[in-house]
Design a protein around this ligand. Structure first.
Ligand code: SF4
Length: 347
C-alpha cells in the first residue's frame, strides 16, 4: 500500500512531467476557472476546449456574461448538452454581479451558494484560483482512489461520497492544493482511465490494491444501474412557402428553453395514419386541408438517460397556427436548438 505521506509527492511529480497544456491551467482568474469547470462537467476535454474559447471570447468578464440574454448563451452552448449548466451559468453570473459587485467570491461558503456550483466546483475554484486547501473529487478522482485503495464503498451513495471526500482531504498536499488536485484529475484522465487503464506504465503499479488483486475492472463500485428511458418524438416540419413553424420547449424537461419543430410525443412509434388520428395532431390542425407526406426522416438520438426515436414528418399547411412561431426556414439556425434538430438540419 502506498504511504499516505508519499502519495501527493508521487502524483505531483508525475503531473509535472506529463500534464497537458490547457488554457485554464495557465490562469488564476476564478471566472475563467469556473467557466472551464462548468463546461468540462460530463464533457471530454477536446470538446470542451472549443466551447471554453468561445465563451471567453464572447464574454471576457463575468459582467458581460451576466448582461447577455439567455438565448445567446444557449446558442453558444448548442451541442454541448446538459443545458441546465448554461442556464445556471447565466444565473450565477448575475448573482456574482448583484451580490459580490462583479468580483468572484474567494470563500468556499460563498462559492457554493452560486447557482449550479456544488461541492466539486466550489472546491475546484477555491483550490485552483486561490490555492485554498480543499480536496477536489470528480469522477477521475473517484476512479483513481477506489482502485489504488480497493475501496468498495459505492461512489453514488452518500456514505461513499463522504468516505472518498475524507480520504481525498487526508491525502491533499495542503500547501499546494492546486497542483495536487490537478494532478489527481489529470492522472485519472490520462492513465487510470475507465477501460484499459495504463497499468503497465503506472507509477502506482506496485501499490495499487485493485491491480494487485487483479480486480481493476471492479472499481469504482456503483450501487445503481442507470436506466435509459425510451421516448418517441414526431416532429412536424410544416412548410408554408419559405417559412416553417417552431416552438420553444417550456416544460421542465430536457432542452428547456431551446427551440424545435412542433412536437407530438407518443408512447410508441407512429405511422402516418396513427399520427393523423393522434389527439395532439387534431388539436394542432383544426382543418382537414393539410398534406402530410407519408415519407419521413428517422433519427435515433442518445442521451445519457434517454434514447429518443425521432421521426420528422413533412406537412404542407397554409393556415395560420397561432400557437407556434412562424419563421423563415433559413433562419432556423439563429435559434438555440437541441443537437437532434441540428443533426436533422445538417442532414
Ligand atoms: S495500476 Fe492501473 S488501476 Fe492502479 S492506479 Fe495505476 S492505472 Fe489505475
Amino acid at each position: 500500500m502506498v504511504k499516505m505521506k508519499l502519495f501527493s509527492k508521487k502524483i505531483c511529480d508525475w503531473y509535472q512531467l506529463n500534464k497537458r497544456d490547457l488554457p485554464w491551467r495557465n490562469v488564476n482568474d476564478p471566472y475563467k476557472i469556473w467557466l472551464s469547470e462548468i463546461i468540462l462537467q460530463q464533457t471530454r476535454v477536446n470538446q470542451g476546449l472549443e466551447y471554453y474559447h468561445k465563451f471567453v471570447e464572447h464574454y471576457p468578464t463575468v459582467e458581460m456574461l451576466a448582461k447577455a440574454n439567455e438565448e445567446q448563451i444557449l446558442k453558444l452552448w448548442q451541442g454541448l448538452g446538459y443545458y441546465s449548466r448554461a442556464r445556471n451559468l447565466h444565473k450565477a453570473a448575475k448573482q456574482v454581479v448583484a451580490e459580490h459587485k462583479g468580483k468572484f467570491p474567494s470563500e468556499y461558503n460563498d462559492l457554493i451558494k452560486l447557482k449550479g456550483v456544488g461541492v466539486y466546483t466550489a472546491s475546484a475554484i477555491a483550490s485552483f484560483a486561490y490555492n485554498k486547501a480543499y480536496a477536489v473529487v470528480d469522477g477521475n478522482v473517484y476512479r483513481v482512489l477506489s482502485r489504488i485503495f480497493a475501496i468498495d464503498a459505492p461512489i453514488d451513495s452518500l456514505e461513499g461520497k463522504k468516505y472518498f471526500q475524507e480520504l481525498a482531504s487526508q491525502l491533499l498536499n495542503k500547501s499546494d492544493s492546486s497542483t495536487h488536485n490537478q494532478a489527481m484529475m489529470e492522472f485519472g484522465a490520462m492513465y487510470c482511465i475507465p477501460s484499459n487503464p495504463n497499468c503497465s506504465n503506472c507509477i502506482f503499479q506496485n501499490d495499487c490494491m485493485a491491480l494487485l488483486k487483479n480486480k481493476v475492472s471492479d472499481f469504482p463500485v456503483k450501487s445503481k444501474k442507470t436506466k435509459q428511458a425510451i421516448r418517441y418524438f414526431n416532429y412536424l416540419v410544416i412548410h408554408q412557402k419559405n417559412n416553417t413553424f417552431i416552438e420553444k420547449r417550456i416544460e421542465k424537461d430536457i432542452w428547456h428553453n431551446l427551440y424545435q419543430f412542433p412536437l407530438i410525443e407518443s408512447d410508441t412509434l407512429l405511422d402516418s395514419k396513427k399520427l393523423i388520428k393522434h389527439k395532439r395532431w387534431k388539436s394542432i390542425f383544426k382543418k382537414d386541408d393539410f398534406d402530410l407526406n407519408k415519407e419521413y426522416t428517422e433519427m435515433k438520438h442518445l442521451l445519457t438517460h434517454q434514447i429518443i426515436y425521432a421521426r420528422f414528418w413533412n406537412v404542407k399547411y397554409e393556415e395560420v397556427l397561432t400557437q407556434y412561431l412562424l419563421i423563415k426556414r433559413l433562419e432556423m439556425n439563429n435559434y438555440p436548438l437541441p443537437r437532434l434538430i441540428e443533426r436533422f438540419l445538417e442532414a
